[in-house]
Design a protein around this ligand. Structure first.
Ligand code: B1M
Length: 212
């Protein structure tokens, strides 16, 4: 692994936001591929943090400071992961479902969507189904995107879809779901229109939904 990517990886695991910021800048200045920084340095580090949490070596505070370090690095990567000269080609409303505070994956999805020229309205984290319904009614997006990172909250996606159906809005919008515990089978079972494994695939699937 490239030395700078290794240092970014270690910095995230240790929750060293200033160090991660410095190393990401150095890597970008040295023409290291931004996708390699993201995938090998950052996402891989968060997977290791999750493993340490599962094994009882890390607790919530360690996860939190690792997340802050990753977010600090992501802010620098953002302009390099996006093309800037694209006109809006569709609108997406996105949020992490009720009871779920994880937003790094969702924020990455937003970066990729914006990078594809889509306009994104971010509802944030812990979004109640009524907020999703309200946003579909008011914002009139082409696509509604939902993220969930907990097995206990992924079921909220079905609650949102049912709430949209009850409000007579289900057919007004395409729905895409994703997040670590979510699968294509689950997406089909709850009546979503699409599932994406990661952020680049989410952008690609949204484009496909827009062309239907
Ligand atoms: Co949490 N957490 N966490 N956590 N956390 C996980 C998810 C966990 C897997 C850790 C573990 O046990 N190994 C576990 C969930 C177990 C489960 O339900 N299966 C867990 C737990 C248990 C918890 C708490 C319950 C812990 C506690 O309090 N005892 C608690 C819950 C709080 C809540 O939400 N109500 C909690 C809290 C937290 C923090 C707040 C400390 C922090 C989040 C900070 C933040 O997001 N701002 C945190 C973190 C950092 C993690 C881990 C370590 C990292 C998550 C992350 O950011 N990954 C995570 C372990 C892991 O993932 N291995 C863990 C990097 C990110 C880029 O990946 O979010 O998966 P991810 O996004 C991916 C894909 O999933 C996908 O694209 C991204 C990649 O391109 N994707 C989509 C995401 N959304 C998408 C939407 C799409 C398409 C693709 O379409 C719309």
């Amino acid at each position: 692994m490239n030395q700078l990517i290794q240092e970014i990886y270690d910095g995230i695991i240790d929750g060293q936001a200033p160090l991660v910021t410095q190393k990401v800048q150095q890597a970008l200045d040295s023409d290291v591929d931004p996708a390699a920084i993201l995938n090998q340095g950052m996402i891989a580090a968060m997977a290791e943090v999750g493993k340490r949490f599962e094994e009882g070596e890390y607790f919530v505070p360690e996860m939190l400071i690792a997340a802050r370090a990753m977010q600090a690095g992501l802010a620098l990567l953002k302009p390099r992961l996006q093309q800037t000269d694209l006109r809006s080609s569709g609108k997406v409303v996105i949020g992490t479902v009720k009871g779920d505070l994880h937003d790094i994956g969702k924020n990455l999805v937003i970066m990729m969507l914006e990078g594809q020229g889509l306009t994104v309205h971010d509802l944030g984290i812990g979004v109640h189904e009524s907020r999703f319904v309200e946003a579909v009614r008011d914002e009139k997006p082409d696509v509604l995107a939902m993220s969930a990172l907990l097995t206990s909250t992924m079921t909220e996606m079905k609650v949102v879809i049912d709430a949209l159906t009850n409000a007579g809005l289900r057919d007004a919008v395409k729905i895409i779901v994703g997040g670590a515990p979510v699968t294509a089978e689950f997406a089909a079972r709850i009546g979503a229109d699409a599932y994406a494994f990661d952020a680049p695939e989410a952008a690609q699937k949204c484009k496909e939904l827009l062309s239907k």
